[in-house]
Design a protein around this ligand. Structure first.
Ligand code: G3H
Length: 275
């Protein structure tokens, strides 16, 4: 499938829909899902919206073989990486290993990693830098828990996570690594992940807008205008149009709904066509 130059919506930011499969699907099931997804979408839809799948490590080689062999117009990446490049780190996977599989993206700082694997801001920052060292675009997740949301401090909470994760980076690193944008940011309110409780479009826009403003303060308006900011948390076809209507919401990081090819394809269609 030929790739054309993407159009320039939202000040040049191409919509990105990334499906985080979490710990689901074998490598064989992964192939079936990617095939069904791609053949449910038109070439034009796949040009307008960037569609990415994020399978478990064990399915990456199979997805790579399928995508490159059939020249499918979807990207793929991993759900985590080590902050280290090699060594005695049992169970870890390095950025170099992911780069060898031509991964374009890697999720960093997902709330499930922060909560279940005690990843603090320093670890997350190390992983962002490891991804960039290997030419892989980190999808940096930030987001508040229910207690923070109820206290009304979600904006400073998320901007502080952003600041910590991007510590020491230059504006060029945010926009120039790998293919396309250097860093993607994903706002994922923890209370909306896997709960069916989606943030309202205004909730999503409020925090995505604040994150972009913070990027502008730290790295300049031009850089902030290039970085894509996604929303994640119970995104489904039924709520996609509303969520993506926010001017600072450039796409979605989709969990559960990305495991259903028809549902995920519909989310991608809405991102590509706006309805
Ligand atoms: O990475 C994806 C998010 O955790 C959202 O998951 P969800 O769509 O199942 O709520």
């Amino acid at each position: 499938m030929a790739r054309r130059q993407p159009p320039a919506p939202r000040e040049g930011r191409r919509p990105l829909i990334a499906g985080n499969w979490k710990m689901h699907l074998t490598h064989l099931e992964a192939i079936g899902l990617v095939q069904k997804l791609v053949f449910s979408l038109t070439e034009k839809q796949l040009d307008v919206a960037e569609v990415v799948v994020l399978p478990p490590f064990t399915a990456l080689r199979s997805v790579q073989t399928l995508v490159t062999g059939d020249q499918l117009a979807v990207g793929y990446g991993a759900q985590d990486l080590s902050a280290q490049d090699s060594g005695a780190y049992t169970g870890e996977v390095s950025g170099g290993m992911l780069a060898a599989l031509a991964c374009r993206y890697v999720v960093v700082g997902h709330s499930e990693r922060r909560a279940l694997h005690a990843e603090d801001d320093a670890v997350v920052a190390g992983k962002v830098q490891a991804a960039l060292r290997h030419g892989i675009t980190p999808i940096l997740c930030v987001g508040e828990g229910l207690d923070v949301r109820r206290a009304g401090t979600h904006v400073p909470h998320c901007t502080a996570q952003l600041d910590a994760a991007l510590e020491g980076l230059s504006a060029e690193q945010l926009t120039a690594a790998g293919e396309g944008t250097g860093v993607v940011v994903a706002y994922e309110p923890v209370w909306a992940i896997g709960t069916g409780e989606v943030a309202t479009p205004d909730d999503a826009q409020e925090v995505c807008g604040a994150l972009r403003s913070r990027l502008a303060e730290r790295f300049g308006a031009e850089t902030a205008g290039i970085v894509r900011i996604l929303y994640g948390g119970s995104v489904k076809a039924a709520n996609t149009a509303g969520i993506l209507a926010g001017p600072d919401v450039d796409g979605a990081l989709v969990g559960g709904a990305s495991l259903d090819a028809d549902e995920f394809a519909q989310i991608c269609r809405i991102a590509a066509e706006g309805s």
